[in-house]
Design a protein around this ligand. Structure first.
Ligand SMILES: NC(=O)c1ccc[n+]([C@@H]2O[C@H](COP(=O)([O-])OP(=O)(O)OC[C@H]3O[C@@H](n4cnc5c(N)ncnc54)[C@H](O)[C@@H]3O)[C@@H](O)[C@H]2O)c1
Length: 253
């Protein structure tokens, strides 16, 4: 998969799936804007890309701040001249509690990051792609839990399912301008967020792997990054799709 000459923005690119996606874009030849909150970790991802001979730029971005999100898109344009690919990664599970124990604060925080933040990102990215012409590709990071509801993850699953609807709507609205909008639905992937969800307990991780994934293991962030790269560069007849990268979780009855 070749992204030479393209410009990719990865919001949430400092860790986990976002970091793996930024590095994959760099290896494929894209200039990469790493937009993330944690300066040290974000700079390190950009440095890894430039040290390998690529082009990268870190921009501080909190997806819960509209001005940051819009500035990250502008950073792609001012640094590398345009925006071809955008990946909207940030997502929080929030407190894992049943609905009657879910506070308003928990609900609001999850919606703000997973849905409103991603909406702001998509809107700014599409506006830029329309303004420059020539199309583009956007990938939103959903979850298998967006399709298979999971006890304790009510607000999280609701935001992911809503994000998939937004993905489909954007795909319909901008297809004629050559902008493809897709989502991916990871299963359990070996990241800080997943390990936190399992309380770093090896038995819980093993049980999750074997209960939900026919492949009987959890995934590596780079396996998700390969799907992101595919959707941006090679999947030229795919739009409005949510692609599972889930070890088989979603096809089980
Ligand atoms: N790991 C899994 O098992 C799994 C499964 C399904 C879906 N997902 C989804 O994948 C995405 C990435 O998760 P991950 O597991 O790689 O997590 P992670 O914690 O390893 O990485 C998340 C990244 O998002 C960033 N981030 C979080 N809040 C942010 C904010 N407000 N602004 C900017 N950046 C922010 C973090 O700094 C980090 O770089 C999330 O949307 C998550 O819901 C993960």
């Amino acid at each position: 998969m070749n992204a030479t000459g393209k410009v990719a923005l990865v919001i949430g690119g400092s860790g986990g799936i976002g970091k793996a996606s930024a590095l994959a874009f760099g290896r494929a030849g894209a200039a990469v804007v790493v937009a993330a909150r944690r300066e040290g970790a974000g700079e390190a991802v950009a440095d890894a890309i430039t040290s390998a001979g690529g082009r990268a730029h870190y921009v501080p971005t909190d997806i819960t701040r509209k001005a940051d999100v819009e500035a990250s898109v502008q950073a792609a344009v001012s640094t590398f001249g345009r925006l071809d690919y955008a990946v909207n990664v940030p997502g929080i599970t929030g407190a894992v509690v049943p609905i009657v124990e879910c506070s308003d604060e928990n609900w609001d925080a999850i919606l703000q990051t997973n849905l409103t933040g991603v909406f702001w990102a998509m809107r700014a990215e599409i506006r830029q792609m329309l303004a420059q012409g020539g199309g583009g590709a956007i990938v939103n990071v959903s979850s298998a839990v967006g399709k298979r509801s999971f006890p304790g993850l009510g607000p999280y699953g609701a935001t992911k399912r809503a994000m998939e609807s937004l993905t489909e709507t954007a795909a319909l609205e901008y297809a004629r301008q050559g902008i493809r909008v897709n989502a991916i639905a990871p299963g359990s992937i070996d990241t800080d967020t997943f390990r936190g969800f399992t309380n770093h307990d090896p038995q819980t991780i093993k049980a999750m792997a074997e209960t939900y994934h026919p492949l009987a293991r959890i995934g590596d962030p780079d396996e998700v990054a390969q799907a992101v790269l595919y959707l941006c560069t090679a999947a030229t007849f795919t739009t409005g799709a949510t692609v599972p990268v889930d070890g088989g979780w979603l096809f089980r009855p």
